[in-house]
Structure formats: structure tokens, C-alpha cells
Write a protein that binds this ligand. Structure first.
Ligand SMILES: CC(C)(COP(=O)(O)OP(=O)(O)OC[C@H]1O[C@@H](n2cnc3c(N)ncnc32)[C@H](O)[C@@H]1OP(=O)(O)O)[C@@H](O)C(=O)NCCC(=O)NCCS
Length: 159
């Protein structure tokens, strides 16, 4: 049985999160996008997952204040990514479970995510399997990324 563990993201291993995302996600984010998440630590929730001590999956999320609220009440998933060879081991589920528990301690009871419309059906199915509900489509959400079919499907998990 592989040994699976989670750990916090620090300035020393932030580059690993960036690398995992770079080889996994359909588009890249600037280096500053990662650095800012640690600099403005407040409200950011980052976690790495390890298999036999190797970092192979990463979650990046942050508390957000939705329209109509005066303070953060939700969490937005910026990215969740598992290296291809390590999928199906329950790593993303473990990262999501961590996020839900961590959110509860901060009195945040909702997780939102946008999935690029052109992403695989497998990714969309994964969110549904975890209990997320599809709540709409945002037109041109990923237009700045220069993607074909730049709409985003929005999923929400409440707890
Ligand atoms: C989506 C993703 C994060 C899932 O990671 P994963 O670690 O393989 O998923 P898990 O092993 O935690 O899956 C947990 C459950 O979902 C199921 N599952 C996994 N992949 C699935 C799929 N393609 N379709 C349906 N269910 C799936 C598993 O069977 C498991 O179910 P179980 O608990 O009943 O056994 C991974 O495929 C990935 O990194 N994709 C590319 C990156 C990406 O596009 N991320 C999303 C954009 S933010």
C-alpha cells in the first residue's frame, strides 16, 4: 500500500505546486499568482499530497466574499491537480476533504469552482461524484487565456 500524506505549502515547496499544475492543468498561471497566495496568506488554503514522500498532487484555494455578503463565507478552488500516474488513488478526494474540514474551522460552508468547458468529461464527473452541483455556465470566463470554447461551468458544494 502506498503511504499517502498531506502537508502544508511553504515558500520552500511552493515551486512544486507550480510544477504539478504546469504539467496537469489545461493552462498556465503566472509565477506571481503562486507567490501572492503565500504573501497574502490570510484566506489562502494550500495543500500538497504525497505518495511515499513524493509530492504528486496540489490544491490551491482561497476564501472569497460573494456578492451580497460583507465578509468571506465561501471558498473558491483555484486549482486541484493530480499527476496523471497517481490518479484514482483518492488523492484529490483527500485534498477536498481537507479543504472542507479547514473551511468549517473558518466558518466557511460552501466551495465553488469553475471548470473550463473544454476540460475533460472526467473532471466534470469527478466534481459531481464529490457532491458538487452544477449551477450554471459563465460565458467567456477563460477568454483571457486564449482558449477555444472559453466558457466555464460553475460547481458548488455546500456543507
Ligand atoms: C480531477 C482530478 C483532480 C481527480 O483526481 P484523483 O485523485 O484521480 O481523484 P480521486 O482518486 O480522489 O477520485 C475520488 C473518487 O472519484 C472517482 N473518480 C476518479 N476519477 C474519476 C472520473 N474520471 N470520473 C468519475 N469518477 C472518478 C474515483 O473512483 C473515486 O471514487 P470512490 O471514492 O467511489 O472510489 C484529476 O483527474 C486531475 O488532476 N485532473 C487534471 C487536472 C484538472 O483539470 N483539474 C481540475 C481543474 S481545477
Amino acid at each position: 500500500m502506498p503511504k499517502i500524506a498531506l502537508d502544508d505549502v511553504t515558500p520552500n515547496n511552493l515551486g512544486v505546486v507550480e510544477k504539478i499544475n504546469a504539467v496537469t492543468l489545461p493552462f498556465n498561471y503566472d509565477h506571481s499568482w503562486y507567490v501572492e497566495s503565500l504573501q497574502q496568506n490570510e484566506g489562502h488554503l494550500l495543500q500538497l499530497a504525497f505518495v511515499n514522500e513524493l509530492p504528486v498532487a496540489a490544491l490551491k484555494a482561497r476564501a472569497i466574499t460573494e456578492k451580497g455578503h460583507s465578509a468571506p463565507a465561501s471558498v473558491y478552488i483555484d486549482s486541484i491537480a493530480v499527476l496523471e500516474a497517481y490518479r484514482g488513488l483518492g488523492l484529490a478526494k483527500k485534498l477536498l476533504d481537507w479543504l472542507v474540514e479547514e473551511s468549517k474551522t473558518r466558518f466557511l460552508h460552501k466551495v465553488l469552482v469553475h471548470v473550463w468547458q473544454g476540460n475533460s468529461e472526467a473532471v466534470k464527473q469527478w466534481y459531481l461524484k464529490q457532491g458538487f452541483k452544477e449551477v450554471g455556465v459563465l460565458k467567456d470566463y477563460y477568454k483571457a487565456k486564449g482558449l477555444e470554447n472559453p466558457d466555464a461551468v460553475m460547481y458548488v458544494l455546500e456543507f
